[in-house]
Write a protein that binds this ligand. Structure first.
Ligand SMILES: Nc1ncnc2c1ncn2[C@@H]1O[C@H](COP(=O)(O)OP(=O)(O)O)[C@@H](O)[C@H]1O
Ligand SMILES: [Mg+2]
Length: 621
């Protein structure tokens, strides 16, 4: 129940909590649902695994062969011991140790072969694992990068981190420890079983009777640990999500004195995880001794019955010794198999989640044959062609038709929630329209390559994300091959030169995490410089100057006029001074354009814009 209360606050901050599905659901339900999905899901994981292993056919085959050789050699050892023991009585009579030397040499050879083969297959598996995990991590990262903003809105960064770190880790763990043990255990189970039947079927039968309880025990353990395991994964995922959310928003947490609250939530989640882990350990604590007990009982039974057979000269002593030695090798793998069952399961579940992400289509997909754009001087025409758009279900833009001719500067004003930002995002193709199209010089944005799109359209928002690195690096993002002179010219044009030069290391100053060492206004100036140097055909500013003080805004305003010359611009602004430089103003309400015209004309009318203008004037006075 602790988990129930703990998940409530998480749900309020994330619209679609990932763990919703397991809240209050009984283990049986989970098993039933997972059973239904299993066939479909496993196929996806298997496809991914096959794909990952394909380049390493030779290596995988060699590993398999080495595992078989190592196990055969391991099987030869006990058999040779038996053979040797059976020779002893006859050698006692003849006082000749010669024939025994052959057995001993063969034994030594089998031990060496086993050691060498094991060394190489363990090494091979490690190598294979390293390559597969490397490739998987790379693919995942690249794929996450390509997934659209809409995916990342619902897939929290905590889950992204879970995939990249803990899921990859469990697959890596499987290769590091699980797989070698698993492969070897399966083979030795089969080989030793066959060997025992060939040696003496009656004794083998005695061993088999121990199998009933073992199978039951293993089935119980697997079932229970599957449930317990899922719980540990779900709870650790929540711990990570909470962790990431708290420290991603550490400023808000401290500003609102939410430390105690987050501490409490984290405490509960942490406890839920610990409880889940304890359950897994309890299961192991029952299972291991159980298997050992059955194994030892089997040894006793074999000794009893085998001894009886030997005494009655129905079996040679060497065979009994071989048998007893085999027996150890028979039950050990069973423990190994079950022990690595959870690590196997972990890797399976991880692979499943990863393949799920990799199957996620890059929604804003690149066209296979991108359309070209002709050279443009003086910006490009932006057109909304009967565009309707909804984030999930609620329609934000019902039916938008709008043409912005090349070179025009358009200001969009309207109340909060009117849909201005949404329009900006559609122009930058962060989302695709549900219906209709957004066009650049008549070409649907969906037909353009990412490269072209990013070159032609730049969106600047308030969230001026800076990457760790120097200021110069961050400005050069807009044009990777920019020279230092160009970078400085861009900063100067935007009026950022003064504050940058005043920094301890000037343009080489590190901006810190997310630009934390700069003020919001300074970050904004840098993002302007970044756009300036990129020189896109279409520039979209979404309340981009709202964080600047009046003098800085004046500076940027002047710079904007330089930047905007010769390109199409869409400016979403709250301030009159910004709107005033526009050729045309659009007033948006409820996702529709309700006024459209040059500022002077709208000002003269009696619509929304003129009243807005009036209140602006008053606020200035
Ligand atoms: N990422 C999103 N997911 C779901 N709904 C959103 C998202 N962004 C905005 N909305 C909704 O779309 C509507 C328009 O928002 P927006 O375009 O940001 O308006 P504006 O920029 O004019 O304030 C609002 O009702 C808002 O709640
Ligand atoms: Mg907005």
């Amino acid at each position: 129940m602790t988990t129930q209360s703990a998940s409530a606050p998480a749900a309020s901050t994330q619209p679609a909590p990932p763990a919703e599905a397991w809240r209050g659901i009984a283990a049986e339900d989970i098993e039933e649902v997972s059973g239904k999905l299993t066939t479909l899901l496993r196929r996806r994981s298997r496809r991914l695994l096959q794909d990952l292993l394909r380049p390493y056919k030779v290596l995988s085959t060699s590993i398999l062969l080495l595992v078989i050789v190592a196990n055969l050699a391991a099987l030869a050892g006990p058999w040779l011991v038996g053979v040797g023991i059976d020779r002893i009585p006859e050698l006692l009579k003849s006082h000749q140790a010669g024939p025994l030397t052959v057995v001993i040499v063969a034994f030594a050879a089998s031990v060496i072969v086993q050691a060498v083969a094991t060394r190489y297959y363990v090494w091979g598996i490690g190598r294979l694992g390293g390559k597969v995990v490397f490739e998987l991590r790379r693919r995942l990262f690249v794929h996450f990068l390509r997934l659209p903003v809409s995916f990342h809105e619902r897939y929290t960064s905590g889950r992204v981190i879970s995939r990249q770190v803990s899921d990859i880790d469990s697959i890596s763990d499987l290769f590091d420890e699980g797989l070698a043990a698993l492969g070897s255990a399966s083979f030795s189970l089969i080989l030793v079983g066959t060997g025992m039947i060939l040696l003496d079927w009656r004794l083998a039968l005695v061993v088999m009777t121990g199998f009933g309880p073992l199978i039951w025990l293993s089935a119980w353990f697997r079932r229970e640990s599957a449930v317990a395991y899922r719980q540990t994964r779900d709870t650790i995922a929540k711990v990570i999500v909470q962790f990431v959310e708290t420290f991603g928003g550490i400023k808000a947490v401290q500003a609102f004195r939410r430390e105690r609250r987050n501490e409490d939530i984290f405490g509960e989640l942490n406890e839920a995880y610990t409880t889940a882990t304890r359950r897994s350990m309890q299961l192991l604590a029952i299972f291991f001794p159980g298997v050992t007990l059955v194994g030892n009982l089997a040894i006793g039974a074999v000794l009893l019955y085998g001894g009886y057979l030997v005494i009655h000269h129905e079996m040679q002593l060497g065979v009994l010794v071989t048998f007893l030695l085999y027996l150890q090798r028979f039950f050990d793998p069973l423990i190994d198999l079950s022990q690595f069952y959870s690590s196997f399961q972990a890797a399976g579940a991880a692979l499943e989640k990863i393949s799920g992400v990799l199957d996620e289509p890059p929604q804003v997909a690149e066209p296979i044959e991108p359309a070209g754009l002709t050279e443009a001087a003086g910006g490009r025409t932006v057109r909304f062609d009967s565009v309707s758009f909804a984030y999930r279900s609620a329609v934000v833009l019902p039916d938008l038709n709008l043409t912005i001719p090349a070179g025009q500067t358009v200001a969009i004003v309207g109340a909060t929630g009117a849909g201005k930002t949404t329009m900006a995002r559609l122009i930058a193709r962060l989302y695709d329209p549900v219906q209709g199209s957004v066009r650049l010089d008549g070409v649907d944005l969906r037909e353009l390559s990412d490269r072209t799109l990013r070159r032609e359209v730049i969106l600047i928002t308030q969230e001026n994300f800076l990457f760790s690195g120097s200021i110069a690096d961050n400005i050069a993002l807009g044009k990777p091959d920019a020279t230092r002179t160009e970078i400085m010219a861009a900063a100067a044009a935007i009026g950022a030169d003064d504050f940058i030069s005043a920094l301890p290391k000037g343009y080489d100053d590190e901006v810190g995490k997310h630009g934390s060492r700069l003020s919001a206004g300074q970050r904004q100036l840098i993002s302007f410089a970044r756009a300036f140097i990129a020189a896109p055909a279409v520039l979209v500013l979404d309340e981009a100057t709202s964080l600047l003080d009046i003098p800085s805004e004046r500076l940027v305003q002047r710079a904007l006029q330089t930047i905007l010359a010769g390109r199409t611009a869409v400016i979403i602004a709250h301030r009159l001074s910004t709107v005033a430089i526009a050729d045309r103003v659009l007033v948006v309400r409820g996702g529709r354009i309700v006024e459209d015209g040059p500022p002077s004309q709208l000002m003269a009318g009696d619509g929304e814009y003129s009243s807005l203008h009036e209140s602006w004037q008053q606020s200035l006075a």
